[in-house]
Design a protein around this ligand. Structure first.
Ligand code: ADP
Ligand code: MG
Length: 231
């Protein structure tokens, strides 16, 4: 028992230190990005402005990574409340429908007649859905010869709620399915590979699970499973 206590203290301190470092790295990055932007016209004169583009993109990528990491390393806040799955799904629709429309994709939602409720930290749970829906949008974007379709729905079974995010993107290889949740694993040129590892951490802290099904090339299904509050 004592060992466990020691370990958890140690982890908290390292986590705090890492979050502090991440925060401090963002400031110099912002400065560097500003100066690169200033240099761009001069680089353009000698036909080397693509170096500035690349440098800025890489700084953006590092910033994204730090941002996602900072979100993940926040100590658990135990701000759990009762969350309505239908409200959550509606909120995601509001958040993403204009982006989907802009990208010529269809985002549809189905309300669950059981009106499932679970216990959770609303901010963290929203972060999970946002990460998974963003991935679905990016997956659909990578297929050009068809209309991207994303569907959000929920069902209940065995005192659990399943929140389901389906897309008709390119699907995933066995290799990707195996490594999906590994921190920094990405198949995208500008990916960070952090999103899903954070999702898994958050859902595990909620005593839940994330299941994934993919049939190349027919798209992907993410299923978030959480314990239901029964009335
Ligand atoms: P990132 O989005 O930065 O690559 P993630 O952790 O969010 O990192 O996702 C890891 C990888 O999982 C992605 O690079 C991609 O290969 C795969 N992936 C996730 N969601 C989907 C999806 N809906 N369709 C196809 N591949 C996906
Ligand atoms: Mg992602």
């Amino acid at each position: 028992v004592e060992e466990t206590v020691l370990t958890s203290h140690y982890t908290a301190d390292v986590g705090q230190l890492a979050a502090g470092i991440a925060h401090e790295i963002r400031n110099p990055l912002t400065t560097v990005k500003g100066f690169i932007q200033l240099l761009k016209p001069y680089l353009l004169e000698i036909g080397k402005d693509q170096y500035a583009e690349i440098a800025i993109e890489e700084i953006n990528r590092a910033n994204d990574m730090i941002y996602e990491f900072l979100n993940a390393s926040k100590p658990p806040q135990n701000k759990k409340t009762e969350i309505s799955v239908n409200n959550l799904i509606q909120e995601m629709k509001l958040l993403f429908e204009s982006e989907a429309h802009f990208k010529n994709m269809k985002l549809s939602v189905n309300i669950c007649p059981d009106n499932p409720i679970f216990h959770g930290d609303a901010k963290q749970i929203k972060q999970v859905l946002i990460n998974i829906i963003k991935n679905a949008l990016e997956a659909c974007e990578s297929v050009h010869d068809q209309e991207g379709k994303i569907n959000l729905k929920a069902r209940t079974f065995n005192q659990k709620v399943f929140i389901i995010i389906e897309d008709n993107g390119p699907g995933m290889t066995e290799e990707t399915i195996r490594q999906l949740f590994v921190p920094f694993y990405t198949t995208k040129e500008k990916g960070t590979g952090i999103g899903l590892s954070i999702c898994r951490k958050i859902i595990e802290e909620h005593d839940g699970m994330i299941n994934v099904h993919s049939n190349l090339p027919q798209g992907t299904v993410f299923e978030i499973e959480l314990p239901l509050i029964l009335d």
